[in-house]
Design a protein around this ligand. Sequence first.
Ligand code: C5P
Ligand code: C5P
Ligand code: ZN
Length: 487
Amino acid sequence: MVVSERSFFEDEFHEACELARNMIKEMEYPVIITHHDADGISASGVLMSFFKKEPIKIVVLSGFDPVRAMKISKLRAENIVFLDLGSGQVNTIKRYLSGAQKIVILDHHKPEIAEFRPDFPRKTEIVQVNAHLFGLDGSKEISGAGVAYAVTKLRPELALVGAIGDMQFRYHEKGRLVGYNYTHILPNSAVEERLDITLYGRETRPIYVTLGYCTEPFLPGLTGDKEACLNFLKSLRIPLKDEYGGWKTIADLAPEEKTKLVDGLVKLLIRNGVPLKKYKSLVGFVYRLPNEKPFLRDLREYSTMLNACGRLKRYEVGLKVVQYDKNVYDREKAIREAAGVLVKYKKMLAEGIKALNDVKKGGLIESLPNITATYVKDVINDRIVGVVLGMALGGRIIDFKKPALIAADMTEQEGMVKISARALKEHIKRGVNLREALVKAKNELKLEKSEAGGHDIAAGAIIPKEKLREYIKHVDEKIGEQIMWRA
Ligand code: C5P
Ligand code: C5P
Ligand code: ZN
């Protein structure tokens, strides 16, 4: 199978991985700096397995910017490993952390400096293993945890949890992982891939609850009405409970029962005039770890749980969940705790969506020529604002004809706003590249203390609040130029 349309320099990539592995192996008292999402926490799990006995310090961040860099410089760490971030901030690292002896960056975001060994003051030995430097597309073919796996050859399952957390399955029309994820990681992992019903909660929720919560697609008459879901399932003669009286999940159903369920749902959608495009994702590729605890068996649920821990700042819980070599009792306890964190996270997301709907009703979603932009002040927490925007695009709360940008006040940095931007595949085909637009706008406005980065389809930035209007205008212009050049 072809890894990508461009050529993948496999030998060079693996040589770079080996070099980084040797460098990491020699590190004493390493400090790991990682991203707070599922990919970053998975990547930390990979590194924790690698370091096993070393005392290591893990710093989990929602982003890396000059303020955080300055704080980290106070740790006076000699050995630093950046995971799932760092490549977009090499200049910041250079400015604040060149006191370190060894720095290794393992990342999949488009690099600011496209070199394996970026130029640094002589004392510091620095390498960055970044997917993009070797012809891999870091947005879709490998995650941050995937790069950590390529370097350590450990924990391929976590590498895939990272990829699923970063939505790398979304590029294939049936939700299949592609690129390095598919060719090099999946075959070496215990993860099973199969075509199945994709509905979220397929391993953990009673079937009627799964249907009741389903918004992608919206199930007319069922979404939001559990009683109706129960009646619907009864009318299809799908068994609701197992022989012990416990609720069955979708994963528990026999193949012919799954077929009955899909048939029933498709008929319901057709009856309600829902176009095929909206529900063909009902059946797609699912990824599962058959021997994991139910909460973690489906990789989408696993990654959501890690996201919840990261974004609600319960890092210690997330980090225990990804440590297989941890005391079994401890890990099980952590998984139970994580389940509680997940409930809170879901509640926050639901509140976020509600808040966004209110903003919409108030007419505060601004429609510019090439993007829509929303400033939610402190109504939505800056750590979840990107996830809320992604859901809003999926749920069509925000106009999806144009890429969308959302800004929220940062809770931890007075006077700064967190920006998240999301586009659809169709926008990318027309030339949109959110990362480029956000970075260029930042540079044009000479926002020195700001940061911007990400991928073509999803990007983010942290900028001063007083520059927000001007910044949005610049981003809109950049997107306009991208579409014009492509047209
Ligand atoms: O920081 P990082 O690269 O790990 O995160 C990627 C982000 O891009 C995630 O928030 C993910 O939800 C988003 N994404 C998306 N749509 C895609 C691919 C990624 O919203 N098709
Ligand atoms: O924070 P959010 O989920 O919106 O981020 C979308 C993408 O942009 C992620 O891949 C994230 O790592 C990246 N990002 C970045 N620099 C920032 C903010 C976000 O590279 N300052
Ligand atoms: Zn990532």
